[in-house]
Design a protein. Sequence first.
Length: 306
Amino acid sequence: MGLVIVGSMAFDEIDSPFGNSGRVIGGSATYSSLSASYFSTEIKVVSVVGNDFPVEAMEMLKRNGINLEGVEIKKDQKSFFWHGRYHNDLNSRDTLVTELNVLADFNPVLPESFRNTDFLFLGNLSPDVQLSVIDQAIPRPKLVAMDTMNFWMDIALDSLKTTLKSVDLLIINDEEARQLSGEYALVKASRIIREMGPKYLIIKKGEHGALLFHGDEIFFAPALPLEEVFDPTGAGDTFAGGFMGYMAKTGDISFENMKRAVIYGSAAASFCVEKFGTKRLEELDMQEISDRVRKFVRLVDFTVDG
């Protein structure tokens, strides 16, 4: 079943305790589509880049089976660029440079062949833009998921709340959940956010795992303890892509299947952090992913006597 991903394709530069990455490809659509491509064969991307975006990167995505028909290339303009510096704990970072460039007036249009899709993932964009994409998907997809961030809560909260009424699943981190809900306790926060519209909510907690909420049900997936975390950039988008790719592969939107999707998304994200940029994702194979999923299963497998 098809998955359409709408988001940024960009350049990043990362300073970390491990050194400087130089300019590498990034962006929500890049990370999430690469991750999803290991699970589903019908990944379609809608994005915008400048003429500086590498042809080799586009070819790499196509080799992974990703349909780039919906990617607009703007001549004589530059791609979005972000430069950040991670602190020693790799959990906090400072933004040094943000250049919107082509993303400043991005108005995504779904190609006709993209509109009838079963699954739609909206990367971190303006909530008005996200809503315009939802309106283009006819008939309505089986599952519409979106990401957002603190920035939109600060400057476009009313628009964000309007868009949330039209989505099935929201994927955010714990800090964002607390800001959006006004509650510190994540169980309370989840209830308030789901009253805004989404039936399902995933709250990512970085190295502390992820929570999935629906009705009165809660599922928790731990993060896999890793010997080395090299670059956390894109891990959240990789998680979302793995989650949505697995959902698209199975076509099953039950809560039980979402639990499995959370594990597969977490496994994909655990690879992402092992190298700068998308390098680790580019060289993955399904055997590695399956082996890592089994590690997740062993991590929480136990029996209770009596």
